[in-house]
Ligand binder design. Structure first.
Ligand SMILES: C[S@@+](CC[C@H](N)C(=O)[O-])C[C@H]1O[C@@H](n2cnc3c(N)ncnc32)[C@H](O)[C@@H]1O
Length: 278
């Protein structure tokens, strides 16, 4: 028998990330460049913004570091209520959308760092100074392979709190969407990250929350095209697979006010800690 300390959680994280299709895709800026509209469309129909905003301990004079800010899901609503936001985002497409939205909302308190978190330098005169951001947040953007260095750097950047939002388990969409279409291994979820933090001496808190995605489509064809676009570049949905997708959608979409609705019930883990002296 192995004790929990003897398990190399960080190595497991790296291996599982390498083996999962999400791990192979999500760390590549070009993957996100092609999906800005699609991603925003999905996020707008989820409760992500409200769920995260209701959980953060924020004050108007705070500064926030948002790692993997994407199109600004959290950075934009945060910039409206705090002193300043620093957005780290390596995908030029996502960053352009974030800047566009900030400009539309007349938000001049966002600083942009067009880099991967691994390449962000901390220190005097560098990208960011240590301990200067009250909150450090990473929402659905933990795809870094060297996860221990990633966490220690987040802790170093923070003045008060670090918040991570990551998937917990697989969720249910009628008969599982995942089981029907994804053949590869699922990506590692929050439980690995929690144990890695423990091994770093960071005893984090965990809240498990419901994160619901409700996709609305005018008709079945629009739904099929949405998922073909979603899978583009990493999964072949031609021929009989497209037919399988159509059958799955026609069995799981429900009619509501003249539209077709696909409900996905997922769980999100909020892992958070007060800055630790580690
Ligand atoms: C799923 S999106 C999440 C966007 C936003 N945080 C949200 O919750 O809606 C993941 C984002 O992380 C970014 N990303 C991927 N690898 C990254 C890395 N190594 N460092 C920082 N950001 C990264 C991607 O470019 C993408 O915009």
């Amino acid at each position: 028998m192995r004790t929990i300390e003897e398990i190399d959680w960080a190595e497991m994280w790296r291996t599982l990330l390498d083996e999962s299709s999400w791990g192979q895709r999500a760390g590549k800026p070009e993957y996100w460049d092609e999906r800005v509209d699609q991603f925003e469309g999905v996020i707008k129909q989820s409760n992500r913004e409200a769920m995260i905003m209701s959980k953060l301990e924020i004050e108007p004079d705070h500064t926030v570091l948002d790692i993997g800010a994407g199109p600004g899901t959290i950075a934009i609503p945060l910039a409206k209520i705090v002193k300043g936001v620093t957005a780290v985002e390596p995908s030029p497409g996502m960053l352009a959308r974030l800047k566009e939205k900030a400009s539309k909302e007349h938000l001049a308190n966002i600083r942009y760092i067009a880099k991967k978190w691994e390449d962000v330098e901390i220190g005097e005169g560098k990208d960011i100074e240590a301990g200067t951001h009250d909150l450090v947040i990473a929402s659905y953007s933990i795809v870094m392979k060297d996860i221990k260095t990633t966490f220690l750097k987040m802790n170093e950047a923070a003045k008060r709190y670090v918040y991570l939002f990551v998937g917990a388990g697989r969720g249910k969409t009628g008969r599982s969407f995942w089981a029907t279409f994804h053949r590869g291994k699922p990506s590692p979820d929050y439980i690995y990250l929690y144990n890695i933090l423990y091994q770093l001496g960071i005893y984090a808190n965990v809240d498990i929350m419901n994160s619901n995605f409700e996709m609305l489509f005018p008709d079945i064809e629009a739904a099929v095209q949405h998922y073909i676009q979603h899978f583009k570049g990493w999964m072949d949905v031609s021929g009989d697979k497209e037919e399988k997708l159509r059958v799955y959608l026609s069995e799981n979409l429900v009619e509501e006010n003249g539209m077709l609705l696909l409900k996905q019930k997922l769980k999100t883990a909020m892992i958070w800690w007060k800055k630790e002296e580690v």
